[in-house]
Design a protein around this ligand. Structure first.
Ligand code: RP5
Length: 168
């Protein structure tokens, strides 16, 4: 099964970053699968994977790639389902190259592009959940709970620091 969200990555070396998306999808209770599928090294298989996932009920794609990062764009060209692109660090500009390759899509074929690296991978999962929550009240409630947890963590960190410095 493809899962509600399919994570695609250009190389197995990308998994260390993309697994953050899988972890967040687990926390949010969403079914997902992950595959290595290169836009350049295995184009036909990538297109087949996307078409197969669409037929099996996948609703959102998360695509992570570095360097000349065309994976998200190729997937977006193959499907009308939402595609979230995660640019990865590495390459001559350490992720700026991948960011521009991912985000600079021609009009009519959007890729929702998130931050470079692990924060982007995590945000891709949250954004996918937010899209799916439009038609799912329980998922919307889990997302609200995530926001509360995050705010609580900040308050706990502040309490732990206890106001560094003595003030005047
Ligand atoms: C991209 O090229 C991949 O997404 C990866 O980030 C980068 C390098 O790939 P490897 O040479 O590490 O397989 O296609």
């Amino acid at each position: 099964m493809s899962g509600t969200v399919m994570i695609l990555m250009g190389s197995k070396n990308d998994w260390e970053t993309l697994q953050e998306a899988g972890r967040e999808l687990d926390r949010l209770g969403l079914a997902w699968s992950a595959h290595v599928a290169s836009a350049h090294r295995s184009l036909n298989r990538t297109v087949d994977l996307v078409r197969g996932a669409e037929a099996e009920g996948t609703r959102v794609f998360i695509c992570g790639a570095g360097m000349a990062a065309h994976l998200a764009g190729v997937v977006a060209a193959t499907t009308i389902l939402p595609v979230i692109g995660v640019p990865l660090a590495g390459g001559i500009a350490d992720g700026l190259d991948a960011l521009l390759s991912t985000v600079q899509m021609p009009g009519g074929v959007p890729v929702a592009t998130v931050a470079v690296g692990k924060a982007g991978a995590r945000n891709a999962a949250v954004l996918a959940a937010q899209m799916l929550a439009l038609g799912d009240h329980e998922l919307a409630s889990r997302l609200r709970h995530l926001r509360v947890e995050q705010a609580d963590a900040v308050a706990a960190a502040d309490a732990a620091i206890g106001g560094i410095g003595k003030g005047q």
